[in-house]
Ligand binder design. Sequence first.
Ligand SMILES: Nc1ncnc2c1ncn2[C@@H]1O[C@H](COP(=O)(O)OP(=O)(O)O)[C@@H](O)[C@H]1O
Ligand SMILES: [Mg+2]
Length: 247
Amino acid sequence: MNKDQAPVLICKDLCISYYTRAGEIPAVVDFSLTVKPGETIGIVGESGCGKSTVAMAIMRYMGANGGIKSGSITFKGRDLTQLSESELRSIRGAEIAMIYQEPFASLNPSLKIKTQLMEVPLAHENISKDEARQRAAQMLSDVNLPDPERMMESYPHQLSGGQQQRVVIAMGLLSNPSLLLLDEPTTALDVTVEAGIVKLVADISKKFGTSQIYISHNLGSPGQNTPTPTAFLPVSRCRRRIKMRHR
Ligand SMILES: Nc1ncnc2c1ncn2[C@@H]1O[C@H](COP(=O)(O)OP(=O)(O)O)[C@@H](O)[C@H]1O
Ligand SMILES: [Mg+2]
């Protein structure tokens, strides 16, 4: 992947606040970040320093009480802070996919894995159900899940946490996103499966050329818990100024 190409994402001087009854909480202050094609950037910082806030801001999922105060988020040349909700819908999930800490929360417990996976290409591309099924099964094998055919017929609760997270990653990849946001994707998993997911994420970046932002709270040994990072943002760049008051 040519790293000299135009960046996929540029966050510039982002300031993000939450508004509560206790007042304004400046969760992220002057945060800047550039991600080039095929590059993995790690964001490392202690819990509460604003990592998820940055990821949610990139998805423009700030919730009712959050807002981007200033700065820009330029994705493939377009400032996401200026886009309408319908323009954002065509980008979210399709061009930018997000993987959360807790895989089960990203899956619908009442639908078989195949139904959830097939929905992605069926929603984004003009293809037949048969093709969608094939793509889904292939992606399950690409994320190194054993026996993809059996997985396809399973419900989420029949899978282990590590398998669920692989399914969620497969789902994210099915739309062939340019950017994958991984917000502490191994935190809810056993340490024994963590290494496998980290390796998978690194393999995906190589195989699909997906740019990635990998968020981790592990300051002790970030190198071990994030895949081949090219940059780490010091906590001081990703900070909050005041503490939230307890109500
Ligand atoms: N919806 C919210 N309302 C008010 N404050 C919030 C909200 N979400 C997060 N915060 C506050 O913003 C700060 C950053 O949170 P977060 O981005 O979740 O941190 P991290 O992901 O690094 O643990 C924290 O102080 C947190 O308490
Ligand atoms: Mg977080």
